[in-house]
Design a protein around this ligand. Structure first.
Ligand SMILES: Nc1ncnc2c1ncn2[C@@H]1O[C@H](COP(=O)(O)OP(=O)(O)OP(=O)(O)O)[C@@H](O)[C@H]1O
Ligand SMILES: [Mg+2]
Length: 246
């Protein structure tokens, strides 16, 4: 650990029955970087995210955030520590409007009260600010189910940003998203990173990973098998082997 360590894990392990989804993963991400986590389907990327963010308690190993042990802490505690995340299968409320969704992300049980209160005005303005930022403010009154999939991803990101996280973990932000919106997501990540936020991004779109990230960690069968700058990782024989399955 050094002073710029963001999230670090040691020996992180989680099994489901006989499957070791995450297998003694020791990984370190640095503050201020755009980090990518890649690997074949089923290699444990999402489970790794779930263990780090408290959605799943690891069987063994540790998770630290900026030098503080957060192993096994509840998701709201991890969020309060400064880590925000999105989900591989976008989590939004389909029958709520876009604006309500962003407000609900900040306060899951208090949207109705918020909408009727003076205190809510500042929150609503903040929500509108993030919707502007991700480029869907013109859709604030539309029900979330009527957005395109890419717009739903942007909506989820606006909700994540409502908590003002210093570290943002995105699980496949470009999956199923059209190319124009992938560009917008990439630009947003770069801008938010330039403002000081650290990113850890799981993504299968290699073009995006290579152009976006400073540091890449490759998972295979629950274990990190390679890490480094994009160019180094791309040329690593172990990585080619993991992907080609030879
Ligand atoms: N809740 C669960 N119960 C049982 N097995 C699970 C569960 N979650 C994940 N697994 C298994 O753990 C392994 C790792 O899955 P995980 O979803 O973490 O992989 P991934 O790298 O995110 O894959 P993908 O790229 O397809 O999203 C897989 O074999 C998966 O089937
Ligand atoms: Mg996954």
């Amino acid at each position: 650990m050094n002073s710029t360590t963001n999230i670090a894990t040691t020996g992180l392990t989680k099994s489901f029955g006989g499957v070791r989804a995450v297998d003694h993963a020791t990984v370190e991400f640095q503050d201020g970087k755009i980090n990518a986590v890649i690997g074949p389907n089923g290699s444990g990327k999402t489970t790794f995210f779930n263990c780090v963010t408290g959605m799943i308690r690891p069987d063994s190993g540790t998770v630290s955030y900026r030098g503080r042990d957060v192993t096994g802490k509840a998701p709201h505690r991890i969020a309060a520590a400064g880590i925000g995340r999105s989900f591989q299968l976008c989590r939004i409320f389909p029958r709520m409007t876009v604006l309500e969704n962003v407000l609900a992300a900040a306060r899951p049980r208090g949207v109705a009260a918020l909408l009727g209160s003076a205190r809510g005005t500042a929150e609503i303005e903040r929500a509108r600010g993030w919707l502007r930022r991700v480029g869907i403010d013109h859709l604030e009154g539309v029900e979330a189910r009527d957005l395109s999939y890419g717009q739903q991803k942007l909506l989820e990101l606006a909700g994540v940003l409502m908590a003002e996280p210093e570290t943002i973990m995105l699980d496949e932000p470009a999956g199923g998203v059209n190319p124009a919106l992938i560009d917008r997501i990439a630009t947003l990540v770069r801008e938010l990173n330039a403002e000081g936020r650290t990113f850890i991004v799981v993504e299968h779109n290699m073009e995006l990973v290579m152009s976006l990230s400073d540091h890449v960690v490759v998972f295979d069968r629950g274990r990190p098998i390679a890490e480094g700058p994009p160019d180094t990782v791309r040329a690593d024989p172990a990585v080619l082997e993991a992907y080609l399955g030879v």
